[in-house]
Design a protein around this ligand. Structure first.
Ligand code: BES
Ligand code: ZN
Ligand code: ZN
Length: 503
C-alpha cells in the first residue's frame, strides 16, 4: 500500500487481509481456559444458564429480552466478562442464526482478545455447517479496514473457544477450517473494495491477482491495452478512453485434479472508479462509493483464492473487466458507437451505463472458452439498490436450472438473492437508430433493462446475472456485515463453484 503523499498511484497493492483469520485460534473445547470474555447463549424464555448467575427477571430488568442479535454485558467478580447472547426461542437457531449470534458476541467484545462462546440447543444443527458459520460470524464481524489509519487501535483476536455440549467436535473443526477459507476470500474482496480508487488501479488489481494466483493455486493472464485492442474488446476500450490509467482484462483459471465436473465461467465488473464519465455523477455520498464499482471483480477474484483449498471439482474461468470511467478530452461521448468483440455495435446514450459495456466483451470471451454456464456479478444499476435495498441482490437469468443453483448458494451463504424476471417485452427500450443496440433503457426497471442488454451477448449459454449495486456496501455494522464493503458474492459464488456440474 502506498503512503507517499505526492504519489497517489500505488506501484503495487498487497491485499493483506486486515484480520488474522489464520492467526486467530478457533477451537471447540470441553471447558474454557482463562479468557477475557465469555458469551453465553440465553434463549428468550425458559431457564437461564447457570454461568450467567442471574435470574431472568434481573436480565429483563437490565433490558435483555433474549431476542436474536441482542447482547448484554454483565459486570461480575470473575476475571472474564460475561455476555448474555440472545438466542430467541429455545433451540430455534439455525446455521444462519448461529452465524449472527457469533457476530453479535464479537461486536460486544471488540476490546477483548481471548473470548469464549457457550452454546446450547445445537442438537439439530449439522456440526460441520455450525463450525463454518461460527468461524464466519466471528471473523467477518471482527473485520476492520484500518491499513490507512496512522494508529490502528483494534485489539487482535487471538483465541476463540466454543463449548457446545454433545457436538461432534471433529466435524465442527472441519467446518471451522472451511470457514477460515471463505472468510479469507470475503476479506480479500472487502479489502479490495475499501481501497481508495487511486491506490488500486486496473494494473494494480492485475498485480494483486498475480500475487494471489501464486499463493492460492490459480492461473492469472493479464491483458493490457494493446492486447485488448488485438482482441477487439471495444466495450472495455470505449469506457477506458477517458482514463489516464490503462485498462486490464484479467483471465483467471482454476483446473481441478482429475476430470472436471463441468466448466463454469465467472464474469466480474471491475470499474475501479465510476465518475459517470461525460455523464458525470453528482458529488453526493453515492459518488463516494464508486471506488467500490469493482465489487464484482473483487468477488470473483476472491472466489479463486478458495477453490484449491476447498477442493473444487469443477473447472472455473474468471474474466475481470477492469478500468476506471473518467471524463476527459479523450473520453467516449454520448452518441459514440462502440464495436464489441461479438461484432455487435452499441450506441452510447449515457456514459454512466458503462458496466454493461465492459461486461459484454467478457461474456463473449467466456462463451468462446466453451464454458457450460456463466454467472456474472456486477455493481450494475442504482435501480438494484432502490428496488431491493442493501440486504438483497436481484438475480436474472436465461436458464432456470442455473438461476436455481445460484439462489440455493445464496441461501446457504446467507447472502440474500431475489430472482427478478428477465422481461423480454422491455427489450425494445434498448433499440438504437444507428447501432445494433443502445446502452440505455427507459426510465423504469433499470436493473431489468441492464440484464436484457447483457442477455444479448450470451445466446443460449446458461447464464445468471447478479446485480450487487445495493449489497456491495453496508451503511452500518450489522451482524457479520461490517460498515463499508461487504464482500457480497464471494461466499455465495464459492458455494456455487463447489457444487457445480455441467448438468
Ligand atoms: N456503478 C453504477 C451503479 C451503482 C449505483 C452502483 C449505486 C452502486 C451504487 C452504474 O455504472 C451506473 O451508474 N448505472 C446507472 C445506469 C443508468 C445511467 C442507465 C444507474 O443505475 O443510474
Ligand atoms: Zn456508471
Ligand atoms: Zn458503474
Amino acid at each position: 500500500m502506498n503512503h507517499e503523499p505526492y504519489k497517489l498511484i500505488a506501484e503495487g497493492f498487497t491485499p493483506v487481509p486486515s484480520i488474522g483469520s489464520s492467526e486467530t485460534g478457533l477451537h471447540f473445547v470441553e471447558s474454557f481456559d482463562d479468557l477475557d470474555a465469555v458469551g453465553v447463549l440465553v434463549a428468550s424464555e425458559g431457564e437461564v444458564p447457570a454461568s450467567i448467575g442471574l435470574t431472568r427477571e434481573t436480565l429483563e430488568r437490565a433490558g435483555f429480552d433474549g431476542k436474536p442479535g441482542s447482547t448484554l454485558q454483565l459486570a461480575n467478580a470473575s476475571r472474564a466478562l460475561i455476555i448474555a447472547v440472545g438466542g430467541g426461542k429455545p433451540g430455534s437457531l439455525d446455521v444462519h442464526g448461529w452465524r449472527k449470534a457469533a457476530a453479535a458476541l464479537v461486536r460486544a467484545t471488540q476490546r477483548h482478545s481471548r473470548i469464549g462462546f457457550e452454546l446450547s440447543g445445537v442438537e439439530g444443527v449439522d456440526a460441520e455447517l455450525l463450525g463454518q458459520a461460527l468461524a464466519e460470524g466471528v471473523l467477518l464481524a471482527r473485520y476492520n479496514y484500518s491499513s490507512l489509519k496512522s494508529k490502528a487501535n483494534e485489539t487482535p483476536l487471538s483465541v476463540v473457544q466454543f463449548v457446545a455440549p454433545g457436538i461432534d467436535a471433529d466435524a465442527a473443526a472441519r467446518g471451522v477450517a472451511i470457514g477460515r477459507v471463505t472468510v479469507r476470500a470475503a476479506t480479500i474482496a472487502r479489502d479490495l473494495c475499501n481501497a481508495p480508487p487511486s491506490h488500486l488501479t486496473a494494473a494494480g488489481l492485475g498485480a494483486a491477482a498475480k500475487e494471489l494466483g501464486e499463493k492460492f493455486g490459480f492461473g492469472v493472464e493479464e491483458f493490457d491495452k494493446q492486447q485488448l485492442i488485438d482482441l477487439r474488446c471495444g466495450g472495455l476500450l470505449g469506457v477506458n478512453a477517458g482514463s489516464a490509467q490503462e485498462p486490464r482484462m484479467l483471465k483467471l483459471t482454476f483446473t481441478p485434479e482429475g476430470t472436471p465436473t463441468g466448466h463454469l465461467g465467472m464474469v466480474g465488473k471491475g470499474i475501479m472508479y465510476d465518475s459517470g464519465g461525460v455523464s458525470l455523477k453528482p458529488s453526493d455520498p453515492m459518488h463516494l462509493l464508486m471506488k467500490m464499482d469493482m465489487g464484482g471483480a473483487a468477488a470473483v477474484l476472491a472466489v479463486f483464492t478458495a477453490l484449491r483449498d476447498l477442493d473444487c471439482k469443477a473447472a472455473v474461468s474468471g474474466f475481470l473487466m477492469c478500468t476506471d470511467n473518467m471524463p476527459s478530452g479523450s473520453a467516449y461521448k454520448l452518441g459514440d458507437v462502440l464495436t464489441t468483440r461479438s461484432g455487435l455495435t452499441i450506441e452510447v446514450k449515457n456514459t454512466d451505463a458503462e458496466g454493461r459495456l465492459v461486461m459484454c466483451d467478457a461474456l463473449t470471451l467466456a462463451i468462446e472458452d466453451q464454458v457450460d454456464g456463466i454467472v456474472d456479478i456486477a455493481t450494475l444499476t442504482g435501480n438494484a439498490l432502490v428496488s431491493l435495498g442493501q440486504l438483497t441482490a436481484p438475480v436474472f437469468g436465461n436458464d432456470q436450472r442455473l438461476v436455481d443453483l445460484v439462489l440455493e448458494s445464496g441461501g446457504r451463504a446467507d447472502e440474500q438473492l431475489w430472482q427478478l424476471p428477465l422481461e423480454r417485452a422491455y427489450r425494445p427500450q434498448l433499440d438504437s437508430d444507428v447501432a445494433d443496440i443502445s446502452n440505455l433503457g427507459g426510465p423504469y426497471a433499470g436493473a431489468t433493462t441492464a440484464a436484457l442488454f447483457l442477455a444479448e451477448f450470451v445466446g443460449d449459454t446458461p447464464w445468471a446475472h447478479i446485480d450487487i449495486a445495493g449489497t456491495m456496501q453496508s451503511d452500518k455494522d450489522d451482524a457479520w456485515r461490517s460498515k463499508g464493503a461487504t464482500g457480497f458474492g464471494a461466499r455465495l459464488l464459492i458455494d456455487l463453484a463447489l457444487g457445480y456440474s455441467a448438468d
